[in-house]
Design a binder for this molecule. Sequence first.
Ligand code: SF4
Length: 221
Amino acid sequence: MINEKNIEKIFGTLEKYLEEKSMIQKFVDENFNPFQILVATILSARTKDEQSEKISRKLFQKVKEPRDLLNFSEMELANEIYPVGFYRTKARNLIKLAKVLLERYNGKVPEKMEELLELPGVGRKTANIVLAYAFNKPAIAVDTHVHRIFNRWKFVKTKRPEETEEELRKKLPKRLWRKVNNLLVNFGKNICKPINPLCRECPINSICPFPKHKDKKILLQ
Ligand code: SF4
């Protein structure tokens, strides 16, 4: 059983077991600025981490602040960020984003959730990642991995990532909030995969309530 009493221990076990860092954690460790963290997070939506990391690193050789993005036309930027998912829409949003940041925020990324949510192409998950990783604020960034894993653990019983975030805010100690995304995205990609999770190799399989090995049908993806 995984619950509020042992969750910190579970996090500790997973931290020791997993060495790989998420793209965003690597960028934070390498001192990329909040604007670059924001752009990388937008690029990573519906795109594999490896792909978005490669494209982000290439883009960041030319783009360090919002005005740098305005050196590209929409089509040039789309070509630059291809093949990330929805590259045309993302290129359009990134150019709008750069303009809004320059016009309203003097080229800086705002540090409040409400302001972040008003930016083009920024949803709740992106805003939470920026708050947690770029500004070191307590925020829980819930993506499909985080949502799936906490439900498999029966730590929450929710249908949508937004509900998971709400529940985790009530149940998870604040000191763990910032760790959630980096840790569980990594765990979800490598062990607790959406389809065929590697339960036999999992370091917490003795207490996980997921019906492992019993049925190939995965209950929650
Ligand atoms: S035992 Fe299986 S379902 Fe449970 S956390 Fe580990 S990999 Fe995920």
